[in-house]
Design a protein around this ligand. Structure first.
Ligand SMILES: *Cc1c(COP(=O)(O)O)cnc(C)c1O
Length: 408
């Protein structure tokens, strides 16, 4: 090994760039004497709502809670029954499905597309039943789902759409998503339909509501747990806020069987600092992804994510740079032997998890193929071009050797 070890994600370095500002923000909260439901949280909610382009942001405890609170709010407001169904891709992080299961609804899995791991709308439509109430498109790896198709499917069947935007802070949809979302949901506010067709609308503003996580490793990461719901639906926003505050609009007056889920002042203060750097951080990730695209083009046995860019495409923020590779586990071990850390997102699809044993007989070929072959290469705003070069060279030479060993 002729180079320093390369971390998948060096969080210490990510946050060190904001060192002084973060420390001042923490100090401000400590000396304010006010730690929950205060000015920092209110300010972050305003700033993040404006960033995403929605009327409301409600800070909550984490991404799982953000998903759960929206679903519980709809269950109450729309009078969904226990056992009503929510469509979830089989290849997401477990939280997407857990939010459904936890409140007595039933996740119904569908497959993803082969090329980009995003929700396959035809596969989703095939599992719609008369008990389906909602669909959760997940913007996997920082790439926005085909929201025009998802919203049209939902309109055809009268479903709610909840974006899982936990990996997609600052990612943009396709240029025409906002217009078609406004058409499919005529109840949406003026501001959504006013958006020019040419301006690319942002993840979190592309459906009825969205859930974000600020887990430290996300593109916008706190210094602990945090999450948010975004929506332009006034009634939903009010209900979610109440539900996350013990079901109380006023202290000790409980209208619903609520939850305790709050974004605290320390996390909100840190997130306000880091939100100001998010666009630049995402630009850095995109530049590194493009470098991988070029350096790894045409390597045998290696599938790259579709290249981002172009006026009509969505703008990916590369939370992950996912490749698919033959003999994945062996390749991962060999990279580790060269001091290069990679991860797998995710090794077991949800229908094959023990927690979801009742779905074990189902088969989702694309989700299963992704689970078997996906490898997440290092990517972060503090990774250098030189480090990308080292990773790409190592991967190239490993796969060339692999090829040779097959021929020989
Ligand atoms: C991170 C993540 C979540 C959950 O977020 P937490 O804050 O850890 O609860 C949900 N869905 C997806 C797709 C995620 O990546």
């Amino acid at each position: 090994m002729k180079h320093q070890p390369i971390d998948f994600l060096n969080l210490q370095a990510v946050n060190a760039r904001y060192g002084d500002e973060l420390e001042r923000a923490m100090q401000r909260v400590v000396s304010s004497g006010w730690y929950l439901h205060g000015q920092e949280t209110a300010a972050f909610e305003r700033e993040f709502a404006q960033f995403v382009g929605v009327a409301h942001c409600i800070g909550v405890g984490n991404g799982l809670d953000a998903l759960t609170l929206v679903l519980q709010a709809w269950k109450d407001l729309e009078q969904w029954d226990d056992g009503d169904e929510v469509i979830v891709p089989a290849n997401t992080f477990v939280a997407t499905a857990l939010a459904v299961s936890r409140i007595g609804l039933r996740p119904v899995f569908c497959d993803c597309r082969l090329d980009d791991a995003l929700l396959d709308v035809a596969s989703a439509e095939a599992v719609v039943s008369n008990r389906t109430r909602c669909i959760i498109p997940v913007h996997m790896y920082g790439r926005v789902c085909d929201m025009r198709a998802v919203n049209e499917l939902a309109a055809r069947h009268g479903l709610k759409v909840l974006e899982d935007a936990c990996q997609a802070h600052g990612a943009c949809g396709h240029a025409n998503d906002a217009c078609c979302a406004a058409e499919a949901h005529p109840s949406r506010s003026e501001s959504a339909s006013d958006v020019s067709c040419r301006r690319k609308p942002m993840a979190g503003s592309l459906a009825d509501a969205a859930a974000f996580s600020f887990y430290p490793g996300k593109n916008l990461g706190a210094l602990g747990d945090g999450g948010a719901v975004t929506t332009s639906d006034d009634r939903l926003a009010d209900y979610v806020r109440t539900l996350g505050n013990y079901g109380a609009r006023r202290k000790y007056v409980h209208e619903q069987l609520g939850f305790n889920s709050r974004l605290d002042e320390l996390q909100a203060a840190a997130l306000r600092v880091k939100l100001r750097g998010l666009v630049a951080d995402n630009d850095s990730r995109r530049a590194l992804a493009q470098r991988y695209d070029v350096l790894l083009a045409g390597v045998n046995g290696l599938q790259l994510p579709p290249a981002a860019g172009g006026a009509m495409s969505s703008d990916c923020v590369y939370h992950i740079y996912p490749v698919r590779v033959r003999h994945r586990d062996r390749v991962q071990q060999s990279l580790a032997d060269c001091g290069i850390q990679t991860l797998i997102h995710y090794p077991v699809p949800l229908h094959q998890q023990k927690a979801y044993a009742e779905y074990a007989s189902l088969s989702f070929p694309h989700a299963e193929l992704w689970a078997r072959t996906e490898l997440s290469l290092p990517i972060s705003p503090v990774l250098t071009e030189q480090e990308v070069d080292v990773v790409a060279a190592a991967l190239r030479s490993l796969l060339a050797q692999d090829e040779a060993s097959f021929l020989g």
